[in-house]
Design a protein around this ligand. Sequence first.
Ligand code: DHB
Length: 393
Amino acid sequence: MSRRRTVLHAAAALTAAIALPAARAQSAPFKVGLILPMTGPFASTGKQAEAGAKLWLAQNGAVAAGRRIELILKDDAGVADTTRRIAQELIVNDKVDVLVGFGLTPLALATAPIATQGKTPMVVTAAATSVITAQSPWIVRTSFTLPQVTVPIADWAAKNGVKKAVTFVADYGPGLDAEKFFKSQFLLNHGEMAAEIRSPLRGPDFAPFLQKVADLKPDAVFVFLPSGQGTAFMKQFSERGLDKAGVRLIATGDVTDDDILNEMGDVALGVVTSHHYSAAHPSATNKTFVQAFEAANRFRPNFMAVGAYDGLRVIAKALQATQGKGGGEALLGAMKGQVFESPRGPVLIDAQTRDIVQDVYIRKVERVAALGNQLYNVEFDVQKAVKDPGKAK
Ligand code: DHB
């Protein structure tokens, strides 16, 4: 071999050696750390969100801009210290590009400083206390906020014959948001508040609280409980005879959650709620989504599934916008301002607040002949493009 050829060979080898890491980087998987309560009392949230995230990936080939999206699922069992530790490990050891999930407010709050320190975008797909997005500039939310869905039902109640109301909420972040915003909006509409009752988040016994409601005889009780607790509540509500005593039950859609609604039975019929998602939302996008979801899983999607489905969408489109390069700041920038048609309806990720702007529907539980004679939240009114009223102006 001539010297010239050897040099050329060496130069070619060198070029290849330099090019290789770049090519590898481009084709290296884009890592998404999904943290959810897969066990414990809030496991239904994890089950729904995992299925929602996986459906988005399955429908889109798990690729964006040529990069494979790798989902790393971790179970925090709904314990905040565990969520924080897992988030740290995912950033330091697994070098994830994005964190996603967060099934409850305390879990999201515990992780916010980790996202800030790690300069890692954190997409909250479930937790819904207003203040969460303000806890780190790296947080983007695809779920909802309690003030956002509560103000519309307080308006509806005042316009529909409810003069005296009681609030009944789980005693933590989202419940306190719901209580505060129901009360202020209802009072603004000339309603009268008879009491504000709170029940513990974990292992609640609703009986003593419901007895208090029965004694106060309001026109309606407004309820917020986290996803999964609605069935037990509804059972005790009817066992105490509150429905027969003429106390109307109104709530956010967390109580008549699609995951458990059909098992509640006739006691749920007629309950009016406000929320951003119903599996019966009559759009072509939602019908396709529900069909695909039910084909892949043996259960109906609820709002936790949609939050995670949209969360993966926001992440993948941001990756695409960076031509597959990713990078914390660039990804975050490309998440802000996204506008798209979700199964729930049209949505916007507000670039200023990083929170979701969406339609909020007023719905009534009905048995729907066209949907297999099952119970659904049937939408009958809407407030369009609702921003979180909990944000300081
Ligand atoms: C939260 C949890 C829920 O299950 C829900 O339905 C709404 C809010 C939360 O902890 O933020």
